[in-house]
Design a protein around this ligand. Sequence first.
Ligand SMILES: [Zn+2]
Length: 683
Amino acid sequence: MACMSRIVQRTGSIVLALLGAACGAPEPAPQPVPRPSILVITLDTTRADAVGPEARGVKTPAIDAVAARGLRFRQAYASVPETLPAHTTMWTGLYPAGHGVHENARSVPARHELAAQKLAAAGYRTTAFVSSFVLARRFGIARGFELYDDEMPQGSAERSARDTTERALAALAAPPAGAARPLLMWVHYFDPHAPYAPPEPWKSRYAESPYLGEVAAMDEQIGRLVAAFERHAPGPHAVLIVADHGEGLGEHGEATHGHLLYQGTMHVPLIVAGPGVTPGTSDVPVSQRRVYHTVLDWAGLGSQDSLRSVAANAAPEVVLGEAMKPFLAYGWQPQVMAVAGRSKAILAGRIEHYDVIADPGETRDLAAQGPPDRRLRDALREYPVPSPDGPPAQEALGEEERRQLASLGYVASGAAPVVRPDAPRPADRTALFALMEQTSDLFVRGEYRKVIPLLQRMLREDPHNLDAALRLATAHSTLGQEAEAEAAFAKAREIAPGSADVRTYLGLHYARTRDWRRAVPLLERSVAEAPDRLPALEGLAALREREERWPEAIELRQRVHALRAPSATELLQLGALAMRVGRTELAIEALQGARAKQGEAFEHHLELGVVYLAARRLTEAREAIDRALARQPDAPMALFKRAQLAVLLDEPDQRQRIEAARRGADPHVRELIARERLFERAR
Ligand SMILES: [Zn+2]
């Protein structure tokens, strides 16, 4: 494959590069190395200046120790300042324009083969431990991992570095059979993400900067993790440490991340250590997408674009980045970043240009002194902006998931974009960030009455903000204010007439009203267009039950459960539906699943016994009925079923069982006993 800059010069298209073509100057192919076990540690929300030997205001001895024996990239860049898109880049090797995940709460398209899938196919054992709901299995990022631990503590959307490390260490210490294979292990830490609340002693030690306190606390766990990995995983060992993106910390008016493309959020730490890596530092700008190529290289699956081969004197590749959420959700300008050498250009309505070595704070825009390098301009101009008319790759969310995501400061509106020539530049809208955060916070906590006036104000100040219009509509809908909800939906439709999300949320709104039948065609269309769109699937499943279209309800529920783990209650509901249409095996599977989840709290032993009996699984039926009777010794139906089983299993006490059933019978069971032929042949 040609390198990107040559493609730009030759064809004027960078699409090939986005789709995985090699980039940068020709680099020497690295020497093959024995396949190591590979540990990839991704640090959420960690600025380049917050870790490593050059960190400011914080000590990170564990990361420094890896850096001391590895190669540290001092000019590494995130591809997008959001968690799921950035991780998708690292596991596909593609920029967001290539993999299509521009925001959190979308799905990684199945057409992309992730690094873990390739390594698993090449004989690696693959395990992952993530610390935020944003990276839950349902978003498609778990493909290829034999073990994917995304279980968050009850009622929480995130997990501490300590908790995640404990789980990773337990898995390392107790490998399954076949553990002689090399291991790919991915551990994601979320601690530095807002809100900043480090544990002691870091809380006191970093009282002035709790953000850095979170980083320091995370570093301690990294030390434990790396030591355990090198003790237990088959050697040799490779370790890669990288951040998904940084944190604004107030620079350029951005407290957190996701809205702008300045260094605080885009410049990230990146360290590789292991076989074939020459220790040192590199000032060559590189994208985090090369994590993918480096992992493949270590696994012997191709050395192209591996970070092992970045020479100190290599000609700089054009490193790209984007922040499309303000464009997709609020109708602001799309934003693209391009970096080559010490030059960085940002296109967001107009071009900004900085020398990030001399001016890492990006305080002096050089654009007035002339345009940036032609390569940068070409790259910015040709970076594909996601099309509002494209296929709806959006994945909308259910109430609970939305709450969880928003509790992390992420709000995925699922909003389709409208490109307007007069769209504001995100950097000129920073005054709205605080109001957006406040509305998001109230919305998450379900304080709809309080959030409505703020959303109305938001729409007055930012009249094309689809995210605000959809939230306003949903807030009214949830409060049962139907007229106001419909007015807000009308506004949303005016902003984005073709939006699949407006259609979906309108459908979910109707489903809450007496007009629920109007929801059916809307949600049918949503499901047809985007088969993985969970809330639409969930909503349509509920509608099918109301329509008493049981087989379709079952099919939709099964699709929902394939995308996310069902609750015990949902499994019981599926079991009841399956029993209703006589799908015995499915009913057994669902009830067994509910029992496994509920343990001692499971109360449906009788139902389970009945479906086992229907499936002629008599021993299991007897065990289930005995459990029911142990809890309720005089339950008439359980006594009756137990007597039936005694006869069918030809037990010696079958007559006593029948007698006990007769004595305990209520009128309904008495009738059943009278008609039970089985009892006539009892011994
Ligand atoms: Zn993140």
